[in-house]
Design a protein around this ligand. Structure first.
Ligand code: ADP
Length: 255
């Protein structure tokens, strides 16, 4: 369970990224966060694993405060939170296997990690994860030889070997074509349903949010302005909150 209590983020230049967020996300939910560019989606998502330090308030993961956690505890909490990025964040010249097994790094001391002392079980986890995302035949391929969609599936596999119960995905399909987008979203949905992982995805497509999530959270100017089921997130409701721009496929990405 993830609990936000009165969370506010003010960036050093004075911009308010989040304003008094109060939210509870239960285990096993598939949450899409929507909103126009600059609404605070990325700030919210990255505050869950403390890639972004909040200015006020508290975030608890399974009852433990990540916002107050010291180094060792933070490392332990982060182990349980996987992250998928729009740009995949793979080591391009490394093999798929090496990239995926790096999901185990949080379980080892720095020294063991440096020498790549992974166990047989770790390698089995890699094989299982690649099978799940349909990339078993790419085990020894160099990551930069793969298509964008395949690279994103490698990064999903990395979160699987991490055995993280929470998966955060920051615009995971923003740079992918529509067919690949469907595949990646279906992978995330399958992982959510079959492995009961909590999935939280930032999206700039309302249609995708409605198609794949169990809950939609709408942000505007750092505040929660919608929180409901896909059925409740009708075009009429969203247009009333945001204006017609929210229904456009590209919500000002790159502006
Ligand atoms: P979204 O992901 O919805 O596009 P962001 O979370 O990236 O929105 O940004 C929310 C607000 O915070 C925006 O006004 C943005 O300009 C601002 N912001 C984001 N990152 C920074 C930063 N590093 N410094 C200053 N302002 C920032």
């Amino acid at each position: 369970m993830i609990e936000f209590t009165n969370v506010t983020k003010i960036y050093p230049n004075g911009t308010k990224g989040l304003n008094q967020i109060n939210l509870t996300i239960e285990d096993g939910e598939f949450v899409s966060i929507i909103g126009l560019s600059g609404a605070g989606k990325s700030t919210l998502l990255r505050s869950i694993n403390r890639l972004n330090e909040v200015s006020e308030g508290e975030i608890k993961i399974d009852g433990t405060s990540i916002t107050a956690a010291k180094k060792k505890e933070l490392r332990q909490i982060r182990r349980n939170i996987g992250m998928i990025f729009q740009s995949f964040n793979l080591v391009k010249k490394s093999t798929v296997q090496k990239n995926v097994i790096s999901g185990r790094l949080g379980f080892y001391s720095t020294l063991k990690s440096i020498f790549g002392l992974f166990s047989k079980e770790d390698y089995e986890l890699v094989n299982d994860a690649l099978k799940r995302v349909g990339l078993s035949d790419k085990l020894q391929s160099r990551s930069d030889e793969l298509s964008g969609g395949q690279q994103q599936r490698v990064s999903i596999a990395r979160t699987l070997v991490q055995q993280a119960s929470i998966i955060l995905a920051d615009e995971p399909v923003a740079s992918l074509d529509p067919i690949t987008t469907q595949m990646i979203m279906k992978d995330l949905q399958k992982i959510n349903r079959e492995l009961n992982r909590t999935v939280i995805v930032n999206l700039h497509s309302v249609d995708l949010a409605r198609e794949f999530s169990t809950r939609i959270i709408g942000l505007r100017q750092g505040e929660v302005v919608f929180d409901g089921t896909p059925n409740e997130a009708t075009n009429e409701v969203l247009t009333e909150i945001y204006g017609a721009d929210i229904l456009k496929e590209d919500l000002g990405e790159g502006q």
